[in-house]
Design a protein around this ligand. Structure first.
Ligand code: 5GP
Ligand code: MN
Length: 343
């Protein structure tokens, strides 16, 4: 038996929105990861299975290692087909907002979302949701948004309504958001839910290989280069930094997603509590990924130094400027948080 997470009041509100609505759009954040992609696809499959018109709208493409997921062919991408996406959003009765806590995380989609008269339902596990939603299912204690989507589907239709396709999508998001159950996954319920998903026929080892054993040779070499040449360890602060400039990424033919997970690597160094990866997405724009262990709140660093946010142990942000500027901010963050990092 699962513990109760989502309140009955919220379940009743979602049930009403689902029953009364005809057209649904299911959305996630920009640069969608396994959890964003998996949760939107799973919920879309469910809505279609009960006869609703539903479509997934993502701000931009999901990484290629997720392309095998059932339903990806029908996903609308805002940066590729703005008009179609705008129409779907304008005509929707309900907008399901998954895996983000503030509309601005959807980038260019956010204006259309804000303008729509539809009911906005948030299902998310990031802390501090904004007040832009009509129904707020926000649980930072959940391992992933996929866990919450499982709970919503189970509450609305029972586990009998969960298909093999939905189970595959949900498993993928739970797996990717926990580093294959290495963190944020201590609660017993995570495994009770996995047991249900396995019951639906999910082949967890196959999904693991699809997602994680997916490197191209150039990606492998890029990671080797990053480890050998670009990793800087700040022993005094129990911290580590990797930077990759735009030209370095070009040199290794790095495609979107090729650096996904790289920021976690330095945490394997004994004693390291905080890791930062700075990726020059385009000249003048640095994407920031932060990871930490235990109680060190890297989301506080993201908010204070990198115009971002996220979870306590996994957060991110951005810097408009040079790599040197971004590195300088990282150094400032180390100074400011020295006590917390070394306590
Ligand atoms: P990643 O390092 O994988 O890009 O991001 C890790 C987590 O940090 C994401 O799941 C998200 O919660 C958060 N995050 C990343 N970038 C931003 C940002 O620019 N703003 C906010 N608020 N959160 C971010
Ligand atoms: Mn997530």
């Amino acid at each position: 038996m699962l513990e109760n997470l989502i309140s009955q009041q919220n379940i009743d509100a979602v049930r009403k929105a689902v029953e009364n609505g005809f057209r649904f759009v299911v959305l996630a954040h920009k640069n969608p990861d396994g959890d964003a992609t998996g949760s939107t696809l799973a919920l879309c499959h469910y809505l279609r299975s009960i006869g609703k018109e539903a479509v997934v709208v993502l701000p931009n493409a999901f990484p290629a290692f997720l392309a095998w997921m059932p339903g990806t062919d029908d996903v609308l991408l805002y940066d590729a087909d703005k008009e179609k996406c705008d129409n779907a959003i304008a005509e929707a009765d309900v907008l399901f907002c998954l895996d983000f806590n503030v509309l601005s995380r959807t980038g260019d989609v956010s204006a259309a979302l804000a303008a729509s008269p539809a009911t906005r339902v948030l299902i998310d596990h990031h802390p501090q949701p904004s007040d832009e939603f009509d129904i707020l299912i926000s649980h930072p204690e959940a391992c992933s948004t996929c866990e919450l989507v499982f709970r919503v589907i189970a509450a609305l239709g029972g586990t009998v309504s969960l298909s093999y396709e939905m189970a595959q999508c949900i498993y993928t998001g739970m797996m990717t958001d926990t580093g294959a159950f290495a963190y944020a996954s201590t609660r017993k319920d995570v495994y009770l839910i996995i047991a249900e998903l396995l019951d639906k026929g999910v082949d967890k080892d196959w999904i693991y290989r699809k997602v994680f054993y997916n490197f191209s040779v150039t990606r492998m070499r890029l990671w080797g280069y990053a480890m050998y040449d670009k990793l800087k360890v700040y022993n005094k602060y129990n911290a580590a930094l990797i930077t990759l400039s735009h030209s370095e990424l070009m040199r290794f033919y790095a495609s979107k997603g090729d650096t996904e997970g790289l920021v976690n690597q330095p945490l394997q160094i004994k004693g390291t509590r905080f890791s930062c990866f700075l990726r020059e997405e385009q000249p003048g724009k640095i994407n920031v990924s932060l990871r930490s262990v235990d109680d060190f709140p890297c989301n506080a660093v993201a908010a204070e130094f990198f115009n971002g946010g996220g979870h306590k142990n996994a957060s991110g942000g951005e810097v408009y400027g040079t790599m040197e500027m971004a590195v300088e901010r990282f150094r400032q963050a180390l100074q400011k948080y020295k006590a917390e990092l070394t306590e």
